[in-house]
Design a protein around this ligand. Structure first.
Ligand SMILES: Cc1cc2nc3c(=O)[nH]c(=O)nc-3n(C[C@H](O)[C@H](O)[C@H](O)COP(=O)(O)O)c2cc1C
Length: 189
């Protein structure tokens, strides 16, 4: 085992589409640097956006944003939202856009899961702004969940890996969380 430098190896991450209203119009950008900050009540999630992006101003102005989960079949559209800027392109024209409770957090009907976020805090780093949002509401297509429990094989999330710079799909389930370790517990107790 040898040091390889400060390499961030926390991949894969889900690729998301973050929705904002900028200059009165919906805009979406691809965001893979998302975080789960408070897995309790309420739920707080974070997104890390480079300060140069067009989207940031919309979050500051409206204090809302959405986190939409594109499935594998939206890989091309998602990547497009990650290489084009809303300053020059109407990326929202690609999608059937809808709004929920917050009214200024545009979401995407083609994404099976969409989360509405109310801005809670902004952390400024050297190059990025971390927007911390409170999860207000989640909208899901009937065919990807059972009573609010989302099923990964049916969702088919688009995974992002920085090392290979490729999109990946979810593999097979291996075992039960909070369960697989019990076999070892029996051996050691
Ligand atoms: C797969 C993928 C993931 C990305 N993840 C992030 C991210 O987490 N944070 C970020 O600031 N930019 C990320 N980007 C880059 C932005 O999506 C991109 O610069 C976009 O054009 C900015 O759009 P805007 O100027 O309309 O806001 C990602 C791009 C791709 C292709």
């Amino acid at each position: 085992m040898k040091p390889i430098g400060p390499v961030n190896a926390l991949y894969p991450m889900p690729t998301t589409l973050v929705g904002t209203i900028v200059d009165g119009k919906p805009n979406f950008l691809a965001v893979a640097h998302v975080g789960i900050l408070n897995h309790g009540t309420p739920q707080y999630l974070s997104i890390g956006l480079h300060q140069s992006h067009y989207s940031n101003a919309g979050i500051h102005a409206n204090r809302t944003f959405s986190i939409c989960l594109p499935p594998e079949r939206l890989m091309v559209e998602t990547d497009y939202c990650g290489i084009m800027t809303g300053r020059k392109t109407d990326k929202a024209a690609l999608f059937d856009v809808f709004y929920g409770e917050l009214e200024t957090a545009p979401m995407i009907r083609e994404c099976p899961v969409n989360m509405e976020m109310a801005l809670h805090d902004v952390l400024k780093f050297e190059s990025h702004e971390i927007f911390v949002g409170q999860l207000v509401q989640t909208y899901a297509a009937d065919d990807v969940h059972d009573d609010g429990v989302i099923d990964l094989p049916r969702l088919k999330p688009l995974l992002f890996d920085m090392a290979s710079k490729k999109y990946w799909s979810v593999g097979t389930a291996l075992g039960q969380c909070w369960g697989a370790g019990k076999a070892l517990k029996r051996k050691t107790s």
